[in-house]
Write a protein that binds this ligand. Sequence first.
Ligand code: NAD
Length: 325
Amino acid sequence: MQTRVTQMLGIKYPIVQGGMQWVGLAEMAAAVSNAGGLGILTALTQPTPEALAKEIVRCREMTDKPFAVNLTILPTIKPVPYEDYARVIVGSGIRIVETAGRNPEPYLPIFKSADIKVIHKCTSLRHALKAERIGCDMVSVDGFECAGHPGEDDVTNQILLPLAARRLQIPFLASGGFGDGRGLAAALAMGADGINMGTRFMVTREAPVHERVKQAMVDASELDTALIYRTLRNTARVFKNSVAEQVLAIEGQSGQTNFDDIRPLVQGTRGKQLLAEGELDSGIWSAGMVVGLIDDIPSCAELIDRIVVEAQQIINERLVTIVSQ
Ligand code: NAD
């Protein structure tokens, strides 16, 4: 499979691992890159820019294939020294960066001066067009199905992807709701140059996530996610556990939600502990609607190979047969 994404990123298959807070460690990124996709370390998963530099070194020891670093710019409980993280990314010789959240424009000069390819993750067409205009090399178009922050427009990929194909000149990835070969074939048909998967990669053998969390996602259906922080205009799709339901109950009370009322429930440190220790109701974790399509825990290589073979079969057999009749 050759697309503008494989060519620009120097990878074998048009499959990119999404930036995932607490999951984007060297083990995860290296496993995806070694399997022919693009693995992504998550900058803010590291407590300091110096720790990120060490994690990049650790990832290089595990793979000689390209991998990227994600820099997410969204509200945080503690202020984040974004520029210092950006400088570490450049200083470590990283060639590909995924930015997400707010406008990445302030950091583009740092990345562009080092000739780094920048993929910006966008949840709307207007943000994708803006990313193209300010000089991003690629966008990841993130539909409403996605895990984490889907934005506030609630437009699904069935609309977003064809819109992106009509309007964008730069290559784009389809993100949100992808987990199998049908999804890859559909994304390519809708004009995307590849797919980005987060939740599906969380449920692989190499993901640094407790087995109980992986099993909960195998057991879950497409109805088992919840949208929290709606009232704060910082919507996030998370696994629907009792903590997510408590957050929704607080947000459902009359009057403006005060973030202080939900902070103890949602703080990232609790989510980090949950993913490590597998106590499923001890915090929140991001999960997309694609949990409904996940029913096993393969290795990253098995998963990627399976998706590619399935997509090729759909294109070469089912679709070719339909149009050649
Ligand atoms: P954190 O512990 O600082 O905050 C926990 C959650 O509360 C985050 O979702 C954050 O966006 C939200 N939050 C913090 N302050 C807020 C405020 N004043 N108003 C509304 N919401 C607020 O975050 P963390 O878990 O350490 O994550 C670090 C960064 O990574 C955050 O910006 C978070 O949003 C982001 N993240 C992104 C995804 C994604 O899907 N892209 C997933 C997980 C985390």
